[in-house]
Design a protein around this ligand. Structure first.
Ligand code: MF3
Ligand code: CO
Length: 253
């Protein structure tokens, strides 16, 4: 069931989205060679608390931290660790969910650490551009798979692949609400995929996770960290979007 948000709920989500944006801004200067992924987690947690908001990932299905920090071939749900020191040339995706009085905003950015290769910068840029390609289709009356198709075309047009085992989602009082947001168009012979028309008051997370090589992933023995099977590196870019009768509103920028 897709939950339509009231103006009051959207306002609470907007405030959470502003804190997401502040965190990403701060991480721009914090992320450099020599810091650990646990340092990122501390900054996310303390910035949420400063604003009287909750880092909603902590405790979600037993998840142990306030952010997901996924390095290089890690795709999503990497667990922050004081021993995981970032090195020059690494890339790290930081995925956060901020909760404000029961309502949430969810976003992710991938950062280069120090000097990164042109190929990895292209990967990071493409994840972001794919989000904005999808955003163009986030209009009331459009069908959700138009968003999916537009994201996929951008990613594959740049020579990368879309991770298929994880999707975007609706968001609001729950971190993951209906509908699932695919970042590719599934083959309808094999998968049954909801394809609702978008309408005013829906809140969606569009979050392309993309990789250099094949899209198959494994989950490590920590039960969380998803890595590409072939070791190719991955990038992830996400924002929370409110559907309106006009242009979509992105609340986590
Ligand atoms: N923020 C992630 C998403 O984009 C979910 C993280 S799962 C958690 O949906 F357990 F870490 F919270
Ligand atoms: Co999300």
């Amino acid at each position: 069931m897709i939950v339509i948000k009231s103006e009051h709920e959207i306002e609470l989500m907007r405030q959470a989205g502003k804190v997401c944006a502040e965190i990403f801004e701060g991480l721009n200067t914090i992320i450099k060679p020599g810091i650990s992924t646990k340092d990122i987690d501390h900054y996310v947690e303390s910035t949420c608390k400063k604003h009287n908001m909750i880092p909603a990932e902590k405790g979600y299905c037993g998840y142990p931290a306030s952010a997901c920090t996924s390095v290089n071939e890690e795709v999503v749900h990497g667990i922050p660790n004081a021993k995981r020191i970032l090195r020059d040339g690494d890339i790290v995706s930081v995925d956060i969910v901020v909760e404000n009085q029961g309502l949430m905003a969810d976003a992710c950015r991938t950062y280069g650490v120090g000097q990164i290769s042109q190929e990895h910068q292209h990967l990071i840029d493409t994840a972001k551009e794919a989000f904005f390609a999808g955003l163009k289709e986030c209009k009331a009356g459009n069908r959700l798979l138009q968003v999916s198709k537009s994201v996929q075309n951008k990613v594959e047009g740049e020579g990368f692949n879309v991770i298929r085992d994880y999707t975007g989602h609706g968001i609001g009082r729950d971190m993951h609400e209906d509908p699932p947001v695919f970042h590719y168009v599934p083959d309808s012979r094999y998968e049954r995929v909801p394809n609702p028309r978008l309408q005013k008051g829906m809140a969606l997370c569009v979050e392309p996770m993309i990789c250099e090589g094949d899209w198959e992933v494994d989950v490590l023995l920590d039960d969380w960290t998803a890595v590409t099977c072939d070791g190719g590196w991955a990038a992830h870019y996400e924002n929370t979007i409110i559907i309106t009768d006009g242009e979509p509103e992105v609340i986590t920028l």
